[in-house]
Structures are given as structure tokens and as C-alpha cells.
Design a protein around this ligand. Structure first.
Ligand SMILES: Nc1nc2c(ncn2[C@@H]2O[C@H](COP(=O)(O)OP(=O)(O)OP(=O)(O)O)[C@@H](O)[C@H]2O)c(=O)[nH]1
Ligand SMILES: [Mg+2]
Length: 276
């Protein structure tokens, strides 16, 4: 068992669903009916247990404090009995935002980038702004606009690309297309997208520049959809049906071919080579 080999660098800005996925994943690992199951004592479960308490009552969990960074260590085994120690983090997503704006990767993050076996990028298209340009609006519509009215800022797609490039630099990845670290892209909150098709189609349609960047830099990116909750929950009002059926009855993954699976452990199992 090699810790270095099995840590996943979870990359996601605030509000993409890191904590809710972590909580649901932890519960599925404990239940043990998916591709991966918990096999031993896990540590540092507090952030996920707190989120699960809320989900059990049919409520959404809180936003994670900006400065938090917790590595939870989960001993897992696959169907064939192979074991691994999965390092699953929870952190305040603003850390990602500040790395992009400061163009600086703190030492603690440099180490995570360099030692991770795989990177898992969580993206929630509904919260990414896609600005108007000549591809989304005709020139006639854009012509009348005064330049002074525009606040010049880098688009959300470009920010994510910037971040990946910073991590690629820090991780000294020089060969192209990249095989290592493996890259997984999870399109989160799939239920709110209302998209029929494969996750790769969704990425290319909603965020074409980011999709093109990923395709041209990684040889085999794994692009999946995820709805950790299956429906929107509120932090204050209880969803009684959710509470009575239990959060374990909810949540799904959209596989690369567009089919749906209730096994929330599948993305991790597919990403980690030791289960491949
Ligand atoms: N509709 C829907 N909403 C979801 C899903 N997963 C999470 N959410 C909502 O998305 C919001 C953000 O989820 P979090 O898990 O707290 O996001 P986070 O990435 O941990 O954010 P920070 O802690 O701020 O970094 C919450 O209000 C959740 O209710 C989902 O599968 N479907
Ligand atoms: Mg969180």
C-alpha cells in the first residue's frame, strides 16, 4: 500500500459540491455495495460526518470555511480484493480562487500537486459565467456596446485553464499528451443541467474552450457526470421525503457513454490505476 500512489488531488472552487460528494462517497464506501468499499478504519471524517448529519435530515450542509484543509484517509478495497489507501480532502474552495488570482501555489499545495496519482477536477457549469462573444451573439448585437461598459476580467473557462497550467508547471509535467497524472473531470450537479447526452458532450457544449484544452493536453481524460444529491436541497428547509428514504437512496454518476449508474464510487475506482 503506497500512500503516494493513491491520493487524489480534488480540484474544485467553492460551491461545486466537494463536501456533499465526499459525504455521499464516504457513506457508499461504508455501505460497501459499489465497486469500492471501506476496508479498515478511516480517519479525519469530521467534515463529511457533519455533512451527512444534515443530509440525513433532508438538508444541505454548510459551506466549508476558507482556511480549512483536511485530508481524510480511507482504506478501500476493490471487488477483486485489491487494497489501496485513498486520501480524500475537504477544503474551502476559495483556496483555489486565491491561487488563481495571486498566481501563486503555496508549498502545501505544491506537494499535493506533485504527489497525487490522479487529479479530479470538479466543475459545475451552472455557476460558470460564459461571456458573450462573437460565437454566442452576432456582431450586430455586439456592435453598439461601448467598451467603457465592460469590466475587463478573465473568463471562468480561462481561469480554470490557468489553474491547470499552473498545476502542470508545478508538477513538472512536460510530455504531451499527458498520461500522468491521470485527469478526471466530474461535471457536478448534473440534475440541474437538464442535459441529454454524454458528459464529454456537455463539457464541449457548455465550456468548449476548457474542453478543447483538456483534450489537447491529456491522452485519455475521464469525463463523467455526477449528481451527488440527485436533487437540490436547502440548508434550512427539510426535504421530508429525502430524510425518510435516506441520502443513500439518492445520487448517481453519468458514465462516459451517457448511461446512468447509482455507484458513486465508480469515478474513483476508474481513476485509480490500481483498480483499473
Ligand atoms: N442540485 C444539486 N445541488 C447540489 C448537488 N451537490 C451539491 N449541491 C449543492 O451545491 C452547494 C455547494 O455544495 P458543497 O458540497 O457545499 O460545495 P463545496 O465544493 O464543498 O464548496 P466550499 O465548501 O465552499 O468549497 C450546496 O448548496 C449543495 O446543496 C447535487 O448533486 N445536485
Ligand atoms: Mg465544502
Amino acid at each position: 500500500m503506497n500512500k503516494k500512489g493513491n491520493s487524489i488531488l480534488l480540484i474544485g472552487e467553492s460551491g461545486v459540491g466537494k463536501t456533499h460528494y465526499g459525504a455521499q462517497l464516504l457513506q457508499r464506501l461504508m455501505k460497501g455495495d459499489g465497486l469500492l468499499r471501506m476496508n479498515g478504519a478511516a480517519t479525519n471524517l469530521e467534515p463529511f460526518e457533519a455533512a451527512l448529519e444534515n443530509l440525513n435530515e433532508g438538508r444541505a450542509a454548510d459551506h466549508t470555511a476558507t482556511s480549512t484543509y483536511v485530508d481524510s484517509v480511507w482504506p478501500v478495497s476493490g471487488r477483486d480484493g485489491r487494497m489501496a489507501e485513498l486520501v480524500w480532502p475537504d477544503y474551502g474552495g476559495e483556496q483555489i480562487k486565491s491561487m488563481i488570482s495571486a498566481r501563486r501555489v503555496p508549498t502545501s499545495w505544491q506537494e499535493r500537486v506533485q504527489t497525487a496519482e490522479a487529479w479530479l477536477l470538479l466543475i459545475r457549469p451552472q455557476q460558470m459565467r460564459v461571456s458573450d462573444d462573437i460565437f454566442s451573439r452576432s456582431l450586430v448585437d455586439l456592435r453598439g456596446k461601448s467598451v467603457e461598459n465592460f469590466e475587463i476580467e478573465i473568463s471562468d473557462q480561462a481561469r480554470m485553464i490557468e489553474l491547470l497550467q499552473m498545476f502542470m508547471f508545478v508538477g513538472s509535467t512536460s510530455e504531451r499528451p499527458l498520461e500522468r497524472p491521470r485527469l478526471g473531470v466530474l461535471i457536478t450537479c448534473w440534475d440541474e443541467l437538464g442535459f441529454e447526452g454524454t458528459p464529454a458532450d456537455a463539457l464541449n457544449k457548455r465550456l468548449p474552450m476548457l474542453g478543447a484544452f483538456i483534450r489537447s493536453n491529456w491522452s485519455q481524460p475521464l469525463i463523467l457526470g455526477l449528481s451527488a444529491l440527485e436533487r437540490p436541497l436547502n440548508a434550512h428547509d427539510r426535504d421530508k421525503e429525502y430524510a425518510s428514504r435516506g441520502p443513500e437512496e439518492f445520487g448517481y454518476v453519468i458514465r462516459a457513454d451517457g448511461s446512468r449508474s447509482s455507484d458513486l464510487t465508480a469515478p474513483v475506482s476508474l481513476l485509480l490505476d490500481c483498480f483499473g
